[in-house]
Design a protein around this ligand. Structure first.
Ligand code: DGY
Length: 321
């Protein structure tokens, strides 16, 4: 008998078709993400769950799923899942690491360029019919060569950003919970700094840490006070690492120069103050959104789930689950 599986939202079609051929599949919805009450109703007889970072898989939901044996998250981050409870219940949890490294790093560079060269403002200017001819001071931005990029969180994605950023002439400094080996630092041409020193020294600060109790609101008012007035802050990791209200205030008062966000603390809600500011570029969590990467993520999430439901150890078991 095929295992009963709930897929909360569609995957890329080829992977969804494969999942459907291997399981007794129910699709939660093709529209907006389901509210918790509807998710709870659909999960109560399921053995497997394939979900996304927009789904909150908390105690309330897991307790409504007595048959649940495996949760496959189609994301590398797993902060949307109560991992401790899943472990206590013997539920296998998997994620989709590594394959989204390059596309997320590329988007980081895109945000760095969009903010420092004011691309969105300039695009808007053209669309509004305001371009009347070349001017020496039209949309002056900041050049990258010789500037310093401070990377917070030098894991896979942070390291890919470091490599790509060097092609733009950026010097790399980093802060990480665990300092890298001297060999790795040398290969990456990345110098370690304590967080406060990094914040004071960097011209561009890019966040690639994972969200955990230690990194929650890591960048709040006190830390923003250390940052250069000309600096740019980029966040493609998890929204809650930055205190968005404090950052909006810093952008509004000119305390910092610009910011680029792909993630928000209360997604899909965006701090209203940010929406009214011109010196921030806002994206709807598209770090990994290339067709190639999303196809790989979809198949990886499907294979993880099928393996876990077959009683095998899936390739991408989340360690702390
Ligand atoms: C993840 O997988 O955690 C990313 O944020 C999705 O792009």
């Amino acid at each position: 008998m095929k295992p009963r599986v709930l897929l909360t939202h569609p995957l890329i079609k080829e992977a969804m078709d494969y999942l459907s051929s291997q399981t007794e599949l129910e699709l939660g919805t093709s529209g907006d993400f389901l509210p918790p009450s509807e998710l709870a109703e659909k999960i109560k007889d399921k053995e497997g769950l394939l979900c996304f970072l927009s789904d909150t898989i908390d105690r309330e939901l897991i307790e409504k799923a007595p048959f649940l044996r495996a949760i496959s998250n189609c994301a590398v981050g797993t902060n949307n899942i109560d991992l401790k409870l899943a472990r206590n219940r013997g539920i296998t949890v998997t994620n989709t690491p590594d394959i989204l490294t390059e596309s997320t790093a590329d988007l980081t560079l895109a945000l760095i360029l969009a903010t420092t060269r004011r691309l969105i403002e300039a695009d808007d200017f053209c669309r509004q019919g305001q371009f009347k001819g070349w001017k020496i001071d039209l949309f002056l931005g900041q050049g990258l060569p010789g500037k310093t990029l401070g990377i917070i969180g030098l894991g896979q994605i942070g390291q890919a950003v470091a490599r790509k950023a060097q092609a733009f002439g950026l010097k790399i400094i980093y802060y990480n919970r665990h300092r890298l080996s001297p060999e790795k630092e040398m290969n990456l041409k990345a110098e370690y700094r304590h967080l406060d020193s990094l914040l004071a020294e960097a011209d561009i600060i890019s966040i690639h840490a994972s969200l955990n109790p230690e990194s929650y609101h890591l960048i709040a008012k006190d830390k923003l006070a250390l940052i250069k007035k000309s600096a740019v802050v980029i966040n493609v990791a998890r929204g809650a690492i930055v205190d968005e209200k404090a950052l909006a205030e810093a952008l509004k008062t000119g305390r910092i120069w610009a910011a680029g966000f792909d993630v928000y603390e209360h997604e899909p809600r965006i701090e209203p103050e940010l929406l009214s500011l011109k010196n921030v570029v806002l994206l709807p969590h598209i770090g990994s959104a290339t067709y190639e990467t999303r196809l790989k993520m979809s198949f990886m999430a499907v294979n993880n789930l099928i393996e876990a439901l077959a009683g095998k150890t899936p390739a991408n078991l989340v360690k702390d689950s």
